[in-house]
Design a protein around this ligand. Structure first.
Ligand code: SF4
Ligand code: SF4
Length: 347
């Protein structure tokens, strides 16, 4: 497999990485089997997060004794120094390693997140110290918010940026990707299938392969999925009129009901966590209906505060009927919670 140098880091990664959310759904033995198969096929970049349940633990077990063959990236959503330290120690333990190749501040989307990261004693201070101590080789950030991602890229503080990138959510191609390239930052493309909204994998990768220096990290849960994605890279990348028509059709179909996670609708005066709540069906599809309620509990419980004022609709560039979609997602959350035996907050 062709390799890619990840921006200004000295990490040389396979041109496709492994996004480790879907292995949550697998039992431990099966997850280990799929992870090792990916490694045998030449994938060396594994991206996980403290928030992905037992994903780190499964990766740690799969690659025990093989640390020098893989590149490990994980993340924390904590913003306070103590919380980051706790997450970092846990990640090192779960991944069975004494260093991480890439440690990312996860989903930094709003100004309040950034302020907390930068505050004295905050996340940045702790990860910088851990880097100096050799526990972290490179620092990265992830976000779904284009303005915040641009701000973080331009801060010069990070080696990589991870952002959604696919033929539906291609906003990064205009400014963010060029800015990252200019500053020699690694660009990790999350959600190559738009979180499950794109079913045409061939078209999805034809689109991605047009963009040099991009590291896509599809989520895998079977060997067949790995084989399929890697097979695309054995062919020259030719986008036909038929592919373009397929992409246009998919964009059109999703256009009126698909949240691009751009965050322009935030903040909600009632404190509704709109973006993650809008994405609940996608989380449920990726993680399973049994796991999603626990993972999304905070955002979904915030939906009960929506009074349908409509302020968010005015700010949404896609004019999505946000309150109505939130209500539908909340009903799905309640259904999943009941099925999973969780206690959901009733309206
Ligand atoms: S409609 Fe609901 S979610 Fe949107 S801004 Fe108003 S209260 Fe918040
Ligand atoms: S609801 Fe609209 S504005 Fe809000 S994140 Fe989704 S696409 Fe963006």
């Amino acid at each position: 497999m062709d390799m890619l140098k990840l921006g200004r880091t000295d990490l040389v990664v396979s041109q496709v990485g492994f996004g480790a959310i879907p292995i949550i759904r697998l039992d431990r033995q099966e997850a280990v089997r799929v992870l090792r198969y990916a490694c045998e096929r030449g994938i060396n970049f594994f991206d996980t997060a403290n928030a992905y349940r037992d994903s780190e633990d499964k990766i740690g077990r799969a690659f025990a004794g093989m640390r020098d063959q893989i590149i490990l990236a994980t993340k924390t959503q904590r913003r306070d120094g103590d919380g980051v330290r706790e997450h970092l120690d846990r990640s090192l333990k779960m991944l069975q390693t004494d260093y991480l190749d890439l440690y990312q501040l996860h989903q930094v989307a709003q100004e309040k997140d950034w302020a907390a990261v930068m505050a004295p004693g905050g996340a940045l201070e702790v990860v910088t110290r851990a880097k100096a101590a050799g526990q972290i080789r490179y620092l990265g950030v992830t976000s779904h918010s284009l303005p915040m991602a641009l701000k973080m890229v331009r801060s010069g503080l990070f080696d990589t940026i991870q952002f959604p990138f696919n033929f539906i959510e291609d906003g990064a191609s205009h400014e963010l990707l060029p800015a990252a390239r200019q500053l020699d930052m690694g660009f990790i493309g999350m959600k190559p299938f738009a979180g499950g909204a794109i079913s045409n994998a061939d078209a999805a990768f034809k689109f991605l392969r047009q963009h040099s220096g991009l590291l896509p990290i599809p989520g895998f849960e079977t060997n067949a999925q790995i084989d399929e994605v890697l097979s695309f890279y054995t062919l020259a990348n030719r986008i036909t009129d038929h592919d373009r028509a397929d992409m246009d059709r998919c964009r059109e179909e999703l256009g009126k009901r698909f949240c691009r996670r751009c965050e322009y609708c935030q903040p909600c005066p009632q404190g509704v966590m709109i973006t993650p709540a809008m994405g609940y069906p996608i989380v449920a599809a990726r993680m399973s209906a049994a796991v999603a309620p626990e993972f999304s509990r905070g955002p979904m419980e915030s939906v009960v505060r929506c009074n349908a004022c409509g302020a968010c609709i005015d700010r949404c560039p896609y004019e999505l009927p946000i309150p109505e979609m939130l209500k539908t997602n909340y009903e799905l959350f309640l259904l999943h919670s009941a099925t999973a035996g969780h206690q959901a907050v009733e309206n």
